[in-house]
Design a protein around this ligand. Structure first.
Ligand code: ATP
Ligand code: MG
Length: 566
């Protein structure tokens, strides 16, 4: 992946989608009777990630644009060793959460094992498949290289009867794992290695999570996929570019066999994001070795991680629309994704006040024991989100960073002798500071101006700074988790050494002593907010309980990496 192919924020304005154009043209010409049937075919061997989201949005999006369309969810479960029902369940949940519905059309490649076996038998009967006893090492040698053609296997000319018998023995478990395979008889001198008599069935004496011990032979991906597409009546089989070289095999299998239809395979460039990895094998490694806290760790590029982080389904769909669909490999900046969630939450998220690094402020001239309610807007522009009442009293917390004992120039927040506005409340003036024995500021003492209720200045005096606060007496304790990128280099997979050496040691910072306004005491699971002046945060439904309130930072208010990475 060349860096000059990086896609930056500015380039992502209106994105092309060549697959959409092909499908629209087909519908116009009444190809396939005007029908559009696609499928999303995950292998249930891991959780879905943002790359899969691109494929999901494309596959579910295409039929949604036509009058006569649907998208199937099909589990490509032909690899029994690595698959698990936990993954299938998570995949279904993630697709639904993204906003897509396969209705009745949920399938499994394993549903077709009987049919696929019959198709393999049909190939043998046509003289187009044979059982091969070459060892894996010998098979590699016979395969040839990119420059040199392969050689015919000595088993290639076995009689149809012999092949039928041997394949039956394979199926009946009479032969050992690895002893032989079933291969398609195509062309060992083809420039395309995929066409050099590819394996279509192998012996695997393992339990399958759906078919149990019914089978001890399993079909290979290239044989299974095209036939599953045809059995389901798929019209457009959309996949990623690495399958381009497999297309001749896809077409060969369907041309040789009498199948219900011949879907069109169309390849597009997969999504690559900087500062992250998307290999399921590596993501599994991060989970299994405790580099992250599970598949749904909010730093993971998984759908479940992003959901827990606080991404909305809308923001992910917007992202997938903006990056477009082409045949050119590129790397998208993570900032593009983050801006999609910022935009969405800027519109939707209610504003609240929270202090992540609290320091106490005592308002000396405010009457002891007095409390009052002040009115705050829930959103600066969207009136429909309404207002709320927030309590104010003699002691409040502000952000430690909003006070400077020795302020630099143009510091308009709280400083000795200076006035500052408390958002929605009063103008206060810092009168004195209390230190501990080491000289650290432990309390700030202020006076307030009664005439400035609601932050107004009836005398017209200008107050440049406004800071947020929460009432000390009413504040709710919270734990806030601040996330940064999981890797600290744009391409964690590049260069020497292991990608794990590029993990960002500062990707998680936990603040346990935060104070949030009391309106957050009653909160819905996964509710998202803007903490004023700080960023966007999402309630962590998994780790919060009666005693602790946990928030995840979805995104900062602005992109702090944009300048660094360019
Ligand atoms: P594996 O390495 O296990 O094959 P995979 O990411 O291809 O991993 P699948 O479960 O086979 O996993 O993926 C399901 C579908 O999602 C496939 O059609 C695949 O092409 C598509 N897909 C996977 N990764 C991306 C990506 N980064 N961008 C776009 N589509 C992707
Ligand atoms: Mg795959």
């Amino acid at each position: 992946m060349a860096t000059e192919n990086n896609t930056t924020e500015e380039q992502v304005i209106s994105a092309p989608n060549f697959v959409r154009n092909i499908v629209a043209e087909d519908v116009k010409n009444n190809k396939n009777g005007g029908k559009v049937v696609t499928r999303f075919p995950p292998e249930p061997n891991g959780y879905l990630h943002i790359g899969h989201a691109k494929s999901i949005c494309l596959n579910f999006g295409l039929p949604a644009e036509s009058a006569n369309g649907k998208c199937h969810l099909r589990f490509d479960d032909t690899n029994p060793e690595k698959e698990d029902v936990e993954y299938s369940r998570a995949i279904e949940e993630d697709v639904k959460w993204l906003g897509f519905d396969w209705a009745e059309d949920l399938y499994h490649a394993s549903d077709y094992f009987d049919q696929l076996y019959q198709y393999a038998v049909a190939l043998i009967k046509k003289g187009k498949a044979y059982v091969c006893h070459l060892s894996p090492d010998e098979a590699r040698e016979y395969r040839g290289t990119l420059k040199e053609p392969g050689k015919n296997s000595p088993y290639r000319d076995r009689s149809i009867e012999e092949n039928m018998q041997l394949f039956e023995s394979m199926k009946n478990g009479e032969l050992a794992e690895g002893e032989c395979v079933l291969r398609a008889k195509i062309d060992m001198s083809s420039p395309n290695i995929n066409m050099r008599d590819p394996i279509i069935y192998r012996i695997r004496k393992v339990h399958h999570h759906r078919t149990g011990d019914d089978w001890c032979i399993y079909p290979m991906y290239d044989f299974t996929h095209c036939l599953s597409d045809s059995i389901e009546g798929i019209t457009h089989s959309v996949c990623t570019l690495e399958f381009e070289d497999h297309r001749p095999l896809y077409d060969w299998v369907l041309d040789e066999l009498e199948t219900p239809c011949h879907p069109q395979q169309i390849e597009f460039a997969r999504l690559n994001l900087d500062y992250t990895i998307m290999s399921k094998r590596k993501l599994l490694e991060l989970v299994e070795n405790g580099y992250v806290n599970g598949w749904d760790d909010p730093r993971m590029p998984t759908i479940s991680g992003m959901r827990r982080r606080g991404f909305t389904p809308e923001s992910i769909r917007t992202f997938c629309e903006r990056i477009g669909v082409t045949k050119k490999d590129s790397v998208i900046e993570t900032g593009v994704l983050e801006n999609c969630i910022r935009e969405d939450l800027d519109k939707k998220a209610p504003r609240v006040m929270a202090v992540l690094d609290p320091i106490k402020v005592v308002i000396e001239n405010y009457p002891d024991g007095q409390e009052e309610m002040l009115t705050a807007k829930n959103h600066p522009n969207d009136e429909t989100l309404g207002t709320r009442e927030i309590p104010f009293c003699k002691e409040i917390y502000i952000e430690r960073g909003d006070f400077a004992e020795e302020p630099p120039k143009k510091f308009f927040r709280m400083k000795p002798g200076g006035e500052v506005r408390l958002r929605y409340a009063y103008i206060v003036k810092c009168e004195s500071v209390v230190h501990d024995e080491q000289g650290n500021v432990i309390e700030i003492r202020c006076s307030y101006d009664q005439e400035t209720r609601g932050g107004k200045t009836p005398d017209g005096r200008k107050i440049k700074g406004t800071i947020h606060w929460v009432s000390a007496k009413h504040a709710v304790d919270a734990e806030v988790r601040l996330y940064d990128r999981l890797f600290n280099v744009p391409n964690p997979d590049a260069g020497e050494g292991d990608y794990k050496g590029n993990l960002n040691p500062e990707s998680l910072e936990i603040r346990v002593n935060c104070k949030v306004e009391p309106s957050l005491a009653q909160i819905d699971a996964e509710q998202r907010y803007q903490f004023e002046r700080i960023g966007y945060f999402c309630h962590d439904a998994k780790d919060s309980d009666e005693g602790v309130l946990v928030f995840n930072r979805v995104a900062t208010l602005r992109d702090s990496w944009a300048k660094l990475s360019r």
